[in-house]
Design a binder for this molecule. Sequence first.
Ligand code: ZN
Length: 277
Amino acid sequence: MGVLTLDFGFDRASHVRSDGSALEALFARGSTRVLQVYDGRFCWKSKANSTNLFFLGIDALNVAYFADHSEHLKLDATSTLRENNWSDLDRAIATHAVALTNWHVAHPHCPLCGAKTEPSLAGAARRCVEDGSEHHPRSDPAVICLVIDRDERLLLGRQQVWPPKRFSAFAGFVEPGESLEACVQREVLEECNVEVESLQYLGSQPWPFPASLMVAFQATAKNPSQARADGTEIEEIRWFTKAELNQAHLREEVLLPPRISIARRMIEHWYGSELHR
Ligand SMILES: [Zn+2]
């Protein structure tokens, strides 16, 4: 297990997906929770009137979870994954539900014959109504890398599209046929001209915007003095000692990534504790 991977003991119970009576029994339990999801927004709801149900799994306290993906129901008091007032477990369940429903919305047709598809396996897949082929959701792997030098300084970069003063780790999507390690080396070299070695896996985080799986590494710069921003994706880079980053954060000269992101936890892992203001 990566040191930064969150583990809730959540059981996706995939053997239940094809067992209609087991699903009904789980749904009938008093403790069962239903998350209503539409267009990336969601709220917990009562089980009554649930129609389009996807089974998500069972938590460590034996509570079963379903997502209700109904387009025509009115959503009250909805939340998004970017909000901070959720427990880690509820956020993980909502991430699962949002990623799954995003995929269903985006895949109404069979990629083989173009006919309609409909949900199967309690929402874990879709099946073509013409040829019966089954299609499964995918995640797009992306790497995110914390670059440090031999003096334990940290290199962060700023993307032009981010809010002012935001700095974070370097990241990018894995290309076809590319290993995670090769992707880290390529992305870091492209974005800040640094060659990295001694890659260390830190953990992973699903990030359903739209369907990414962020895989986090730390790596050591071989040529730290040659670091420079690529000037297109990354407009500025900065090296920080731990004291410098803490000061910049306290004085609001630097905005760190949000607490819910693995990028923030990577930076705090390097720092040695949470960074508060
Ligand atoms: Zn088909």
